[in-house]
Design a protein around this ligand. Structure first.
Ligand code: NAP
Length: 346
């Protein structure tokens, strides 16, 4: 599909920027939506990439909360990649309005625009591992050794892990709408916790904030024994393109690689930059985490259900069906730290 017109929602984002980058480099005609077109600093990096690519970039304004907002950007497109969604973990203040409504209603808005545009054949939705599991304990308590595409998050709610709930409900809404028609097919992408070099100097993306907090010494007294499954942002972008352009791609794809915790990440950084950062060297005991939870932004329920549980994922479907190749965690972390240093953010 050499001449495909691809619409990417939320192009200013950490992940979407890499998707737009890859599409432009491969010569596609990319339509990108942003919330506020006048904030050119949020997408100046992509205009620069366009200048050095064979692809063409057009900017459209759209908001997840506004009905009909995506119609113009999607009309005439062949592929839609829906990545825009609020991503933050501090979910105490009105999670319905700030997280769940924009995620779910926004997905429905985008797909209603897709239904109106006769040209669209494929929609790639950026879902998450958060739509596969809610708490770390879910995997072992349900008798699984690894997370797979077959599993759904059944434990998150508005009151507990609202971000994960927003991703689960948005994905469910997307599958419902996909099954109501036969013109376009839906493929969903499930990254873990995404790290890796950013194309911008923005610091307000949760992934980037987390690594910056670690490097700034916020966890120097100790890190929670909390497992993550990491994804490299460049692999995630690649996964979106493969899902869009592989005709037989079908269903859900986990695009994530290694599991590990913040001590594993710290060790990788310490070996490359000895004693340059105040990195954690030990875990905080679970009972202490539980005690301190409310003062450090966690709930005690979260600590109870997440700290100390193993996590793993099986990404073999993406390798077999999309030919995905994954970067090792070490490369992801070191490339990310290098970018933060070059951009003088640390
Ligand atoms: P990000 O950098 O915070 O980007 C989020 C994007 O969503 C921004 O472009 C933002 O636009 C847009 N957005 C938020 N609310 C909006 C609204 N009401 N209307 C229109 N656009 C809105 O996040 P990211 O890490 O790249 O995440 C992108 C996607 O990947 C999300 O769907 C997220 O759930 C998913 N994901 C992320 C991770 C991760 O670890 N980063 C893991 C799994 C899945 P503005 O620039 O205008 O704010």
């Amino acid at each position: 599909m050499d001449k495909a017109i691809v619409t990417v929602t939320g192009g200013t984002g950490y992940i979407a920027s890499w998707i737009v980058h890859d599409l432009l480099q491969e010569g596609y005609d990319v339509r990108m939506t942003v919330r506020d077109k006048s904030k050119t600093d949020k997408y100046a990096h992509l205009l620069e990439i366009e200048n050095n690519s064979s692809g063409k970039l057009s900017i459209y304004e759209a908001d997840l909360n506004e009905e009909g907002s995506f119609d113009e950007a999607i009309s005439g497109a062949h592929i839609v990649m829906h990545t825009a969604s609020p991503f933050f973990l501090d979910d105490k203040d009105n999670p319905k309005k700030k997280l769940v409504d924009p995620a779910v209603n926004g997905t429905k808005n985008v797909l209603r625009a897709v239904n109106k545009a006769e040209t669209v054949r494929r929609v790639v939705l950026t879902s998450s591992l958060a739509a596969i599991y809610g708490d770390n304990q879910d995997m072992s308590m349900n008798g699984h050794n690894a997370l797979t595409e077959e599993i759904w998050n059944t434990t998150s709610s508005l009151d507990h892990n609202a971000y994960s709930f927003s991703k689960t409900e948005a994905e469910k809404a997307a599958w419902t709408m996909a099954k109501e028609q036969s013109r376009w097919s839906l493929v969903t992408i499930h990254p873990g916790f995404v790290l890796g070099p950013s194309l911008t100097t923005r610091k307000d993306s949760t992934s980037i904030e987390t690594l910056l907090r670690l490097l700034h010494g916020d966890l120097s007294m100790g890190a929670p024994k909390l497992e993550f499954i990491f994804s490299d942002v460049r692999d995630v972008a690649r996964g979106h393109l493969l899902a869009a352009f592989t005709h037989q791609a079908k269903g859900r794809y986990i695009i994530a690689n290694e599991s590990g915790n913040l001590l594993d990440v710290s060790k990788i950084i310490e070996e490359e930059y000895p004693s340059e950062y105040k990195l954690p060297k030990r875990f905080v005991a679970k009972w202490l985490m539980w005690l301190l939870a409310p003062t450090i932004g966690f709930t005690r329920t979260f600590v109870k259900k997440n700290v100390g549980y193993p996590l793993a994922c099986d990404h073999s479907k993406s390798v077999a069906e999309l030919n995905m190749e994954y970067r090792p965690l070490e490369k992801t972390i070191l490339n990310h730290v290098k970018q933060l240093r070059q951009d003088e953010l640390i």
